[in-house]
Design a binder for this molecule. Structure first.
Ligand code: EPU
Length: 416
């Protein structure tokens, strides 16, 4: 298994280019299931999760070609099952449920099971599909769903759910009549998907607000579209500039998707400037502690919680970081503590007392964003950090060690 080795303490300087957003690319590639024909998607990141969704779509009979530009041919769907093997490695596989029922009238999708960051049930996806008139049975660990044609209705999500909103928004495009999604997720990835669906001929208004209206249509047509830049990757590089005392231009990102982080980093004493083509992140002073509470968008993203915790672990003062989206997303804490961080977990909050310097250590990645946090900690630490189980990072960051090394970090991947 590969490892990442970092010799910490180098200030990062220079330009980094942000890849397409994993969490937008996944639903957008799946959305092609709603149309018969060839759709073309640009700015697809080169990630393990993208390989997994390709495998899943191919398993349904979809033909796929290309890497950063992907052609998805959905003419012949000959299987409506998402098997356990694929769903357990990537929960976003559940996104095929809504589109398959809407276009094919039937779907069999494995229940994802537990996950390192929380229980993450899909009950809200299932309930909403039932509200649209699908017959759903849970049997042998699978969701079996069928419907002659889904019927538009009003759906209320108890919790704002990103993939739940995406799944049902896709399904409702081909339903008969109007669907209203209330307490819908407002993430930019939901908006990107709605734009793609509208280009396919769907009638969606309100994406980006908590009420989305979808007027069902009889059929959609293939299109050519682009994926938005990855705001979590961009945020990770902004924090990297902060933790190493560097000066980094983060190019190709969308600053308006990053307001919560930008304002927090400014409060922490960083200089964050919106420049032509992206963001410049610099640090001239010692980082000050700030408190963080993760929330659905436009709140502070849970997907940046682990990374900002690494920054807070070397800030001046005490920071309280509350995780309200997932119930178990503190797996990085004990690893950061192996590097000397002073962190106390109490319920869903972590009290982080800043220390002057982290020390390199052998650490283990437990999930995607935890891995990013440990890499950031390693970049700032004194001495050598060895990160194992780096397959987690390859799920969501394209060539992360190459991007950091181009900024001056001493980082390499070794196999074995
Ligand atoms: N939830 C339920 N029932 C449901 C659905 C969600 O209880 O049926 C709960 C979850 O357990 C969680 C909360 O609702 O406590 C919000 O979860 P959400 O459904 O929004 O998460 P998701 O759609 O499974 C997406 C991203 C995650 C990101 C979250 C929150 C994708 C493919 N994944 O997951 O990304 O953390 O939204 O923003 O879009 C990552 O990229 O590292 C990652 C985990």
């Amino acid at each position: 298994m590969d490892k990442i080795i970092i010799d910490g303490g180098k200030k990062l300087n220079g330009d980094v280019h942000i890849s397409g957003a994993k969490n937008a690319a996944l639903p957008i590639m799946v959305s092609a299931l709603l149309t018969p024909g060839v759709s073309t998607f640009h700015n697809i990141p080169d990630l393990v999760d993208i390989k997994t969704i390709k495998k899943l779509l191919r398993n349904l009979g979809v033909k796929i070609e290309g890497e950063s530009t992907v052609k998805v041919n959905t003419e012949n769907i000959n299987n409506c099952e998402a098997p356990y093997d694929l769903v357990k490695t990537m929960r976003a596989s559940v996104l095929v449920l809504g589109p398959l029922v809407a276009r094919m009238g039937v779907a069999r999708v494995s229940l994802p099971g537990g996950c390192a960051i929380g229980a993450r049930p899909v009950n809200l996806h299932i309930k909403a599909l039932q509200d649209l008139g699908a017959e759903v049975e849970l049997k042998d660990g699978y969701v079996d769903a069928k419907a002659k044609r889904l019927k538009g209705t009003t759906i209320y999500f108890d919790i704002s759910t990103v993939t739940g909103t995406e799944n049902i928004m896709m399904a409702a495009c081909l339903a008969e009549g109007t669907t209203l999604l209330k307490n819908a997720a407002k993430e930019p990835e939901v908006v990107n998907l709605a734009d793609v669906l509208n280009a396919m001929g769907a009638k969606i208004i309100g994406a980006g607000t908590d009420i989305i209206r979808i007027d069902g249509v009889d059929q959609l047509h293939p299109i050519e579209a682009s994926v938005i830049p990855d705001r979590i990757e961009a945020g990770t590089f902004m924090i990297a500039a902060g933790i190493t005392g560097g000066d980094v231009r983060i190019l190709g990102c969308e600053p308006s998707h990053l307001d919560a982080l930008i304002l927090k980093l400014r409060d922490a004493g960083m200089e964050i400037t919106i420049i032509d083509g992206g963001i410049r992140a610099t640090t001239r002073k010692k980082i000050k502690s700030v408190d963080i509470k993760t929330l659905p968008y436009p709140g502070f993203p849970t997907d940046l919680q682990a990374q900002i915790m690494a920054l807070m672990s070397v800030a001046n003062g005490l920071s309280v970081i509350a995780e309200t989206v997932f119930e178990n997303r503190f797996m990085h804490v004990s690893e950061l503590m192996r590097m000397g961080a002073d962190i106390l977990i109490h319920g869903n909050s972590a009290m982080v007392k800043g220390i002057p310097k982290l020390k390199g250590a052998q650490v283990m990645a437990t999930d995607l964003r935890a891995s990013a946090s440990l890499i950031l900690a390693g970049l700032a630490a004194e001495g050598k950090t060895e990160l194992s189980r780096v397959y987690h990072i390859d799920r969501g960051y394209q060539e992360i060690e190459k991007k950091f090394s181009a900024l001056g970090a001493d980082i390499k991947r070794v196999s074995g």
